[in-house]
Ligand binder design. Structure first.
Ligand SMILES: O=C(O)CCC(=O)C(=O)O
Ligand SMILES: [Fe+2]
Length: 289
């Protein structure tokens, strides 16, 4: 890291590669109206930023409760895809199933839909670029990842990738693509969580494609940093940055890590509906993810 506003700490979770457990520490940024100049520069420079407590406790609880209710309902209805996009479904020890990657979530629940109307998202849309919107019916809509480390989980980790690769699959030039996450659970380093290689958002398209094998490589990297967050925090990472989700060292309930990802879109709207075909990206990902 080159910035003076970020420093690092060490933990001993992976003695084999201790430098892979450096944690990002940064000022306790708060999003209040527009991004300050310091915040915008931090994001530009490092390719990520974290805002503390974007959602208060009551909101996080309401969103989490709704996620659980939607999960139960979709499972009871036997749904495995929404608008043509497949979901990742795990199995608990008692044999019951649960959704580990929920898509178009805000179309399923009023609390989430209303939450996306929070005017503070306007500030983030403004940073994304002119003419950005929250695409509740586009791409995969509001995604909720639910990572767990235990038997029956089908989403314990996610290999190295850049999110901008998706744009190439949609035959669109990678644009400034901000990935905005809102944490529904605390995510200390014991839950694994996001590891990223700072500054790689400034790389060439060639490097973006070839630095690692997309989704296949789960190995720690000497240059990676761990992002820790608490429930209610909002993080933004640049879609071109190399990142992965590490497996938790904790197991079972203590490994539960749910994060909502907002679909920020620009350009012409391409709305999805019940009859939409499965995108090529998801058909290929089945072989690698
Ligand atoms: O779960 C996360 O925080 C990140 C997941 C991710 O990188 C992705 O879904 O592309
Ligand atoms: Fe990602």
């Amino acid at each position: 890291m080159t910035s003076t506003s970020a420093s690092t700490e060490m933990t001993v979770a992976s003695p084999a590669l201790p430098e892979a457990n450096r944690r990002i520490t940064m000022p306790a940024f708060v999003l209040d109206g527009r991004l300050t100049r310091e915040q915008a520069e931090f994001l530009d420079d490092h390719g990520f930023i974290r805002f503390r407590r974007f959602a208060d406790r009551a909101t996080v609880e309401a969103l989490g409760a709704e996620q659980e209710a939607i999960d139960r309902r979709l499972i009871a209805e036997g749904r495995t895809t929404i608008n043509g996009v497949p979901m990742i479904i795990g199995t608990r020890a008692d044999g019951s199933r649960y959704i580990q990657r929920m898509v178009f979530s805000s179309l399923q629940g009023e609390t989430m839909h209303r939450f996306l109307g929070d005017p503070r998202f306007g500030a983030i849309l403004e940073v994304a670029g002119p003419d950005y919107r929250i695409g509740e019916r586009e791409r995969d809509g509001l995604v909720i990842n639910h990572f767990r480390r235990e038997e029956g989980s089908r989403y314990k980790q996610l290999g190295w990738h850049t999110d901008s690769l998706r744009d190439l699959f949609y035959f669109e030039k990678p644009r400034r693509y901000l990935n905005v996450g809102i944490y529904l659970d605390d995510s200390p380093i014991t839950k694994g969580g996001v590891r990223l290689i700072p500054h790689t958002h400034r790389q060439s398209i060639w490097k973006m494609l070839t630095r690692k094998w997309h989704f296949l490589d789960n190995r720690p990297d000497r240059e990676e940093y761990a992002v820790e967050a608490e429930a209610g925090d909002l993080t933004i990472h640049d879609g071109r940055i190399w990142h992965r989700v590490a497996q938790a060292t904790a197991t079972g309930e203590a490994s539960r890590r749910r994060v909502m990802y907002l679909p920020l879109m620009n350009g012409p709207e391409k709305l999805k509906h019940a009859g939409s075909p499965t995108p090529l990206y998801h058909r290929l990902k089945r072989f690698v993810g």
